[in-house]
Design a protein around this ligand. Structure first.
Ligand code: ADP
Ligand code: ZN
Ligand code: ZN
Length: 747
């Protein structure tokens, strides 16, 4: 091959095309697809990625300049990842630069930084003594760190402060007490060197064995499929994952495990470390660019075999990836919220196909999308229907809040729930109260004239916080709560829907002696607060945990025997066709939190809509019945997964210009549909659900059709139209246009 097509590594859309360079003969061996190269560009030298090798000159051969060479210190990404970027660009709509940046998070070589390591200074005996003392005094963070040091001897500082959530102050304190030493080294080493892996002797039960052997025998026959593992919480899915990973490792291949960031808790991470020792590495959003780069470099170099992390761990450049596991596969966080809006599930399946790898999707409440794919035979369904210890799932009752009101109870807690909480307090057992909301209240409105206090920059109402300030959750705008209605001067301004803060105050009033902790977006802003709250609750430092959806994930609390869902239907009333699915999954998970220990669990669902099928099927923990109803509803309305949906978002500061541009796009789509006779439902342009954010206007166009590829063609047609030379072309130059295929929320 004589020429290399190179994408210039600058994120300016105008440069989002490839440029051709001649490959000097002496470099022929080194240049391949995916290699990062230095190239002359104008008068400068820049770097870029080779996306294609060819013998065909695209321009006059005399004008093709030679490339300078392989970029020094580049982590040459594999041709596969570049191809994956190409697939992402095509199927989700973005520039090639944006897609490349997604699969190659760090492109520059980061200066080698110092590595700090923490070493235990005490003898085993002394350490055990200290540990007992810390445990007695309930110094949980210190005890945790010490336990780790006793087990692992020497641990990377950033692993402790980042992934294991131990505060630097805790480490400093223990250093002053001469319990440990913080050493600085310059060489790069494993973050968990000397982490002894314990002998692993867990024997899988019959159900688990059946699942493992189904996947393994396919692998041995050279079949690499996508599996949907539907297993109730506590059915031993994680053990199955680890067994499959062990199998893949034996073949000399590597594995990626995707876990939503919020479920990537200390407990989960340690299970993998305990089994696989220092062959495991973790990615999370707290890692710096340099650390991320290091992790990926180690994966390439063969220092590790298993990468655990959220969405982006999917792009770990393993030399021979054999297995991708996606735990909690129904989670919406697997879809990117920024361009390219790729879905990790589909992208994982594509990456696996490129490398003959298998994919295992696991969930107690599979997404309707995945279950539909399984019903079509595209994924192979595997099930674990019993908990490992045969513990029954909690009993559950539904309380009708309308009935409560009729009986004169306008409290947030129904009479029944109050009674049960009281009972648990007496028995010294714990309760979790779950609210699917954030902030003190939805909005403040005038009871005389109906005026709603709104953000002046966004098309949403402001939320009242405890400090009597009103906050916009979209742009952060704040103002004091008005004393009188700005419209009619009435003094009857009130907040209606209660949030977690309000519930906390209310529950305190009913149970003044109870120890209560609250967990929501406001109490978990700082780095370790999330883990700290969970840890405190696990240590039984509180009787009641009140929180938003965050509390239903991750941790096991053996002493929780009661779960209350305060207003189950709140998530049913959002304008999104996923509302039923979200509600069902949240309720099922919330219910599953009760009775994880030796005592049986109980759940109460409070709702204004007790007959709703999502609530009834969640109460019965009956996924199949839920799915049957839901898929019938989606089929009727041609929603995904039955059909596919593309949303075109247009945004701009000037409303008239935006309207004109969105109108042109919609016209264009109409023409294409008419010309090609495709069966496409087109809606819009319409105002987006939130039509103004931060003084920027938002419009959307929806297209629904059976085949995904048709939507990809429509997208490509629009892009060509926007770029083409036409009179109106200039109108698009400043407008932001983004594509969202099968959006997971907020459509
Ligand atoms: P899931 O991921 O489905 O929620 P886990 O793999 O976390 O389930 O298993 C639930 C609990 O049961 C864990 O504490 C785990 O250690 C334990 N467990 C799983 N499989 C076995 C087994 N075969 N024998 C004994 N305990 C097991
Ligand atoms: Zn008013
Ligand atoms: Zn705002």
């Amino acid at each position: 091959m004589k020429y290399a097509n190179v994408i210039v590594d600058i994120s300016i859309d105008k440069l989002d095309k490839t440029f051709q360079y001649r490959i000097p003969e002496e470099l022929e061996e080194k240049i391949a697809v995916g290699v990062q190269v230095d190239i002359p560009f104008g008068r400068r030298t820049v770097t870029g990625y080779v996306t294609e090798l060819t013998d065909q000159p695209e321009i006059d051969v005399t004008k093709i300049r030679p490339l300078n060479g392989v970029h020094e210190g580049s982590v040459a990404i594999t041709a596969q990842l570049v191809a994956l970027a190409g697939w992402i660009q095509k199927n989700y709509g973005s520039t090639m630069n944006q897609a490349l940046k997604t699969v190659i998070p760090v492109r520059r070589k980061i200066r080698q930084t110092e590595h700090k390591r923490v070493r235990l200074l005490l003898s085993e005996e002394q350490a055990a003594g200290k540990l007992a003392l810390f445990e007695e005094k309930k110094h949980t963070a210190k005890a945790r760190l010490l336990r780790e040091l006793i087990a692992g001897h020497e641990i990377d500082y950033t692993l402790l402060t980042g992934k294991l959530n131990i505060a630097p102050a805790t480490i400093r304190g223990m250093e002053q007490q001469k319990i440990l030493l913080v050493e600085t080294t310059r060489n790069y080493r494993n973050p968990v060197a000397h982490f002894e892996k314990k002998d692993y002797d867990r024997i899988l039960n019959e159900n688990q064995k059946r699942v493992v052997s189904a996947v393994v025998s396919d692998m041995e026959e050279g079949k690499h499929l996508t599996y949907l593992l539907k297993g109730v919480t506590g059915s031993g899915k994680t053990e199955v994952y680890m067994e499959l990973i062990a199998h893949v490792l034996k073949q000399g291949r590597q594995a990626v495990v995707l876990i939503p960031e919020i479920a990537l808790t200390y407990q989960t991470v340690m299970r993998f470390y305990n089994r696989f020792g220092d062959r495991v590495s973790i990615l999370n959003s707290r890692l710096s660019q340099g650390e991320r780069f290091d992790q990926f470099a180690r994966a390439r170099a063969g220092d590790i075999d298993i990468m655990i992390g959220p969405r982006s761990a999917l792009f770990t450049p393993f030399p021979d990836l054999g297995l991708i596991i996606i735990d909690e596969e129904h989670e919406t966080s697997y879809k990117s919220e920024t361009v390219p809006r790729y879905h990790a599930r589909e992208t994982a399946i594509e990456r696996a196909a490129m490398n003959h790898a298998s994919v295992v999707l696991g969930s107690a409440t599979p997404s309707v999308d995945s279950y539909y794919q399984a019903s079509l035979g595209n994924y192979r369904l595997l099930e674990l229907n019993e908990r490992v210890d045969n513990k029954p799932l909690p009993d559950c009752e539904v309380v009708d809040l309308r009935e409560e009101l009729r009986m004169g109870n306008c409290s947030i807690l129904s009479g029944r729930l109050q009674e049960l909480v009281q009972d648990r307090l007496e028995k010294k057992q714990q309760t979790m109260l779950f609210l699917n909301r954030r902030g003190v209240s939805g909005f403040i409105s005038c009871r005389s004239c109906g005026y709603v206090v709104q953000c002046p920059h966004c098309d949403v109402s402001l939320s009242l916080h405890q400090s009597q300030r009103m906050v916009c959750h979209y742009c952060g705008y704040e103002q004091p709560q008005p004393a009188v209605c700005p419209s009619c001067k009435s003094r009857y301004l009130g907040a209606f829907k209660a949030g977690t803060e309000k519930i906390e105050m209310h529950v305190k009033k009913i149970f003044p002696k109870a120890r209560i902790i609250r967990m929501d977006a406001d109490t978990t802003r700082t780095k370790d607060s999330y883990e700290k709250i969970l840890q405190a609750f696990a240590n039984q430092e509180a009787d009641i945990l009140i929180g938003t959806q965050m509390i239903v994930k991750g941790h096991d609390f053996p002493n929780v025997t009661l779960v209350g869902v305060l207003a189950a239907d709140m998530s049913l009333h959002v304008a999104d066709y996923h509302a039923n699915e979200r509600t069902f999954a949240l309720l099922t998970q919330a219910i599953g939190r009760a009775g994880r220990g030796s005592k049986p669990g109980y759940a109460v669902i409070q709702t204004y809509d007790p007959e709703h099928f999502a609530i009834q099927t969640a109460k019965a923990q009956d996924y199949e019945s839920f799915y049957k109803k839901e898929i019938a509803y989606r089929s009727m309305l041609y929603y995904p997964p039955v059909w596919n949906l593309l949303v075109v978002h247009c945004s701009f500061g000037n409303q008239d210009t935006l309207e004109a541009a969105a109108g042109l796009l919609a016209e264009r789509i109409k023409c294409t549909i008419a010309e090609q006779g495709q069966r496409v439902h087109l809606v819009g342009p319409a105002d987006a659900a939130v039509s103004k954010i931060n003084d920027i206007y938002h419009k959307v166009i929806y297209m629904k059709t059976e085949s995904y590829d048709t939507l990809v063609e429509l997208k490509d047609g629009l892009l060509a139209y926007i770029k083409s030379d036409n009179k109106e072309k200039n109108i698009f130059s400043d407008i932001t246009i983004q594509f969202d295929f099968n959006p997971v929320s907020g459509f």
